[in-house]
Design a protein around this ligand. Structure first.
Ligand SMILES: N[C@@H](CCC(=O)N[C@@H](CS)C(=O)NCC(=O)O)C(=O)O
Length: 233
């Protein structure tokens, strides 16, 4: 059976990482039998130092895109087999926009912006024993802030970062329209990715200006609620 290595459930979601959540959603949508191993220590064993990774018998695959590719190949294209070449291109490029652009805005909203840091710190580190619960978040936050500066997102103002998110939300609203899934009646891997990211802002138990702004897009809210109901409740 496939084993999915992620973080522990948090913020009211199966996983606080959009990358883990999208693979979890993919497996549910494709009806592939799997077991999620939810442990913070998974990060220490992750081959690329990041989660998720999966174990499929003697194969270990890290990175959500490589995981999708492996599962599509192994299980005879369960989610993307019905897509045209044009839809596949849109799916891939939209996925990369979320992975490489929206992701860093979400990280900024949780780790750097003061509005949510106290709550995020408690959610992610609150169970550590003293003095680790005081020291580890300071060190981890410093590293994340350095990454966000290197990547570039934190060189913008908070309002500018929110406007970047809103452009993405409007584009996704226009892409989904009134369809149940992004390309019609059947889910594809892009739906797993969209849910993985949108749930992290719309459904997460975290109220801040970033998440409130995402909740202003009714198409996206309904899309998230529908997928949650179908695959998670
Ligand atoms: N490109 C990777 C990104 C995975 C990723 O960035 N995971 C984050 C959690 S959201 C992580 O494990 N961060 C831990 C770290 O960088 O130390 C994928 O698509 O799976």
């Amino acid at each position: 059976m496939i084993e999915l290595y992620g973080f522990t459930p948090n913020l009211g979601l199966e996983d606080p990482s959009p990358f883990v959540l999208k693979v979890d959603t993919y497996l549910r949508m494709a009806k592939i039998e799997y077991r999620k191993i939810s442990k913070l220590s998974n990060l220490k064993h992750a081959p690329k130092g990041k989660l998720p990774y999966i174990r499929d018998n003697d194969k270990i695959i890290a990175d959500s895109q490589f995981i999708f590719d492996h599962l599509e190949d192994k299980f005879n294209r369960p989610l993307d087999g019905h897509l045209s070449a044009e839809q596949k291109a849109i799916a891939y490029l939209t996925t990369k926009s979320l992975d490489e652009n929206l992701y860093f805005a979400i990280v900024y909203s949780r780790w750097q912006d003061e509005e949510s840091w106290a709550k995020v710190k408690k959610a992610f580190f609150g169970k550590l024993p003293f003095p680790l619960n005081a020291i580890v978040p300071i060190i981890a936050r410093k590293q994340v802030i350095r990454t966000l500066y290197g990547q570039g997102v934190s060189r913008h103002t908070k309002d500018e970062i929110i406007s970047i998110c809103q452009k993405t939300y409007q584009a996704l609203t226009d892409l989904i329209g009134d369809k149940p899934f992004v390309f019609g009646d059947r889910p594809c891997s892009l739906d797993a990715t969209l849910f993985g990211f949108l749930a992290e802002v719309i459904l997460a138990d975290l109220d801040n200006t970033f998440n409130e702004s995402a909740r202003n897009y009714p198409v996206l809210v309904k899309y998230c609620q529908r997928i949650y109901k179908q695959y998670y409740s």
